[in-house]
Design a protein around this ligand. Structure first.
Ligand SMILES: [Zn+2]
Length: 558
């Protein structure tokens, strides 16, 4: 997701809109419109539930390992409602009578079966508690849930998710889903935790009025027309974050071209572009292709090579929806090194590696998804404009850091609590510091090795400790003190500088129990010294300047 600006005014607007709708209802006699308006009001109100994703897993959910989701959604565009049927395949680690799932209360369940048998359940407070009379054995089970309801309207997509009923400039209906913060439970029943991706992927089968085109994850298995309705069956066989099991529907044209990967594999590149913007698609795909080459250089082959590289035009800014990245930056390009560059396109696409291939097992570690992806944004600058421009971008990231809360605020943190601007900018700056400590010849291969390691990718989600152990091993000594200081506290590196004679200085670290290389500007030029808690003597006839290029977040104590 792209970092948003915190906007307290939004909540006031939210309720003003709701009140305006009530007044509108009072003035409108037409009952159908009244129903629709009331439905919108209810949906808007429901946003106030402020649903979050993740957090501490209950013992019951920890006993469940999701294998596959099959999500069928019939979209009623008049009443703005869904009729859904979700099949969930899961393994129980131990036999039990209890299975818990997550689903918004806005959806009402009409039928629920476990292994084909109707089973007792309650659905309240956005939780489905299934309580079987018979013991459910350890091993595979299948749950099928039929439901319907009016999904919450996105209040401020993609940061406050839900569904968007937008119109394109030709006034054609344009539907979009986003739910990273709230979790997919706002659209279908699921285990809403980032640590459990369905190992065998997901099917998303969406029915819309004929004429609308549905874009989704994975490959398009079929499109069937019946009774003026079209059903699109999308399917991915890769593990996928639940918030990526979403669709967009609109007056799309598909523009495609083949892409040859780093390893010589060919994968289709597909852009679901609104017909009104069709002429912009070829150039946009060129930018996407270039971004893909840059990202492959640092992070390895495109992760979803069996399926597609996909982007879809959306009415919201963007989101890293796996193999169908949401793009809503309106083709606004800036210049980087004289080249046209689309920040949003590159950033969201970089999430195919960091967020989708490497996923945090708990939202506590979301900096791995956002911070390393923002680091990837800066690496694109390095490629297009050079090291100096990259360094400047990193200093900008450091200045943008608020440093009020640690990036990692403990374990079992929900999506809401973890979400600060610092998981982006300070997370990226942390990677910049790590690069400086390790040196390029160790750092870049270690980064590549991490993302190519099956232990850290696809269904194997990761924590900060995994990242730390991997990089420490590659470095040959523990980097844990640097990880702890930068990610788990808001302290800066305290560097003590004492002038001992007219032309000598003693430099040491006060709160970091490991040596780091520091560049020090002296009258003789820039020197690189390993500095630790033991004082290092520096000779200079002029005042020394510590880390002038800004590799580290530091406090100089004189
Ligand atoms: Zn992002």
């Amino acid at each position: 997701m792209k970092a948003g600006v915190y906007d307290p005014g939004f909540f006031i607007w939210h309720w003003l809109i709701s009140i305006a709708l009530i007044i509108l209802v009072m003035k409108i006699a037409d009952m159908k419109l009244l129903y629709t308006t009331f439905a919108i009001f209810i949906s808007l109100s429901s946003d106030a539930q402020n649903l979050k994703s993740g957090g501490r897993l209950s013992d019951i959910q920890a006993n469940m390992d999701i294998k596959h989701y099959s999500v069928q959604i019939d979209v009623d565009t008049i009443n703005r409602s869904f009729t859904g049927n979700t099949g969930i395949k899961l393994n129980l680690k131990q036999s039990t009578r209890s299975i818990d799932l997550d689903l918004t209360d806005l959806m009402k369940i009409s039928s629920l079966t476990v292994d084909g048998s109707k089973t007792e359940f309650t659905h309240d407070s956005n939780k489905i508690l299934i309580r079987s009379k018979a013991q459910l054995k350890q091993g595979p089970h299948k749950i099928e849930i039929k439901y319907s309801g009016i999904p919450a309207i996105a209040a401020r997509p993609p940061w406050e998710g839900g569904i968007q009923w937008a119109r394109d400039s030709s006034n054609k209906l344009w539907i979009s889903q986003s739910c990273q913060g709230e979790g997919a439970k706002i659209f279908f029943p699921c285990k809403d935790h980032p640590g459990d991706e369905p190992d065998h992927g997901a099917d998303l089968i969406v029915t819309v009025p004929k004429g609308m085109v549905v874009a989704g994850p994975g490959v398009l298995k079929s499109k069937r027309d019946r009774d003026n309705r079209s059903t699109y069956h999308w399917s991915t066989s890769y593990p996928i974050n639940n918030y990526c099991i979403v669709f967009n529907a609109g007056d799309y044209e598909v523009v495609s071209k083949p892409y040859k990967s780093l390893y010589g594999n060919t994968v289709p590149m597909e852009f679901y572009v609104l017909k009104q913007d069709l002429n912009k698609a070829p150039k946009h795909l060129e930018l996407l292709e270039r971004s893909c080459r840059i990202l492959e250089k640092y992070f390895g082959e495109y992760p979803w090579i069996r399926e597609k590289i996909g982007i879809v035009q959306t009415p919201h800014l963007g989101m890293e929806h796996q193999t169908m990245n949401a793009y809503g930056n309106k083709f606004k390009y800036t210049k980087v090194g004289g080249h046209d560059f689309d920040w949003l396109l590159h950033h969201e696409f970089g999430h195919e590696w960091w967020a989708n291939k490497v996923s945090n097992s708990d939202w506590a570690h979301m900096w791995i998804q956002e911070g390393i992806d923002v680091f990837g944004d800066a690496l694109a600058i390095r490629e297009l404009e050079g090291e100096e421009a990259y360094q400047k971008k990193m200093r900008d990231n450091a200045s943008a850091s608020q440093n009020k809360l640690p990036i990692v605020q403990g374990e079992s943190v929900d999506s809401d609590q973890t979400y600060t601007g610092d998981i982006y900018v300070k997370g990226a700056y942390f990677m910049h510091g790590l690069r400086a400590i390790m040196g390029d010849s160790i750092f870049f291969p270690a980064l590549m090795k991490f993302i190519m390691d099956p232990a850290y990718t696809y269904a194997n989600t990761v924590t900060t400790a995994d990242v730390e152990r991997h990089f420490s091993k590659a470095y040959g000594q523990s980097l844990e003190p640097f990880f702890r200081l930068m990610l788990y506290t808001v302290e800066k590196i305290r560097v003590s500088v004492k002038k001992t004679t007219d032309n000598t200085y003693e430099v040491k670290l006060e709160n970091l129990a490991m040596p780091i290389p520091l560049e020090i500007q002296t009258n003789e030029g820039l020197q690189r010294k390993m500095v630790s808690t033991q004082p290092v003597s520096i000779t200079s006839t002029s005042e020394i300047n510590i880390d002038p290029k800004g590799y580290f977040m530091k406090e100089i104590i004189k």
